[in-house]
Design a protein around this ligand. Structure first.
Ligand code: ITT
Length: 206
């Protein structure tokens, strides 16, 4: 294979295995060699110090691109609950504490919403994706997914808050539908669909 034919490497700048699985499935049709941080055991742990999804995604993508010397993709995402004025938002991963499990996080959410009636349980997942090249060029896309917070967790698929996120048009939680269904509807799927449109011109211009 000549150098020209070599696939561009894309490193997924995330330590969340749920995200890695979804991102790999959603990117599988692109002519890229997808790697994860498991392929770079010495990559730095990036601290999330930003106040917005964009700041955090940018920071993660830039640090991993600079550390690996490859194109890097970071996803910063979270759940915004209207009855909680947009919380947990950028703090979704650490809602119940710095090392909280997914279950601890969604149990805390259900507890906080205990007295909130069904019509006021509106929420959305938000995802911001940044692709950063070691040359300093970068690209941003985003996606949202509207839903309702249930009163009980249901389903075994997915990760994070999926068991308590009801997809209104299906009457099922994001954890009750198989990955193929979530990967057509989700905030991450929408952000990646946009990315796929923009990526060819971005790569061409590098
Ligand atoms: P990285 O920073 O290493 O990517 P993280 O889990 O810390 O991993 P974020 O800071 O972006 O990532 O936090 C995202 C959190 O939002 C995640 O841990 C879930 O709790 C929630 N979340 C995001 N997307 C989700 C999805 O598709 N389904 C369920 N929960 C989701």
């Amino acid at each position: 294979m000549s150098k020209k034919d070599k696939k561009t490497v894309l490193v997924l700048a995330t330590r969340n295995e749920g995200k890695v699985k979804e991102l790999k499935a959603l990117l599988s049709d692109l002519p890229l060699e997808i790697r994860s941080l498991k392929d770079y055991p010495d990559a730095p742990e990036v601290l999330e110090t930003g106040n917005t999804f964009f700041e955090n995604a940018f920071q993660k993508a830039r640090e991993i691109a600079q550390a690996t010397g490859e194109l890097a993709l970071a996803d910063d995402s979270g759940l915004e609950v209207d009855a909680l004025k947009g919380r947990p938002g950028v703090y979704s991963a650490r809602y119940a504490g710095p090392k909280a499990t997914d279950e601890e996080n969604y149990r805390k959410l259900l507890e906080e919403l205990r007295d909130v009636p069904p019509e006021k349980r509106t929420a959305r997942f938000r995802c911001v994706i940044v692709v950063y090249h070691p040359s300093g060029h970068w690209l941003k896309t985003e996606g949202t997914w509207e839903g309702l917070i249930t009163t009980e967790p249901r389903g075994e698929h997915g990760f994070g808050y999926d068991p308590v996120f009801l997809i209104p048009e299906l009457g099922k939680t994001a954890a009750e539908v198989p990955p193929e269904v979530k990967n057509k509807l989700s905030h991450r799927a929408k952000a990646l669909a946009q990315l796929k449109q923009k990526l060819p011109a971005f790569l061409e211009a590098l």
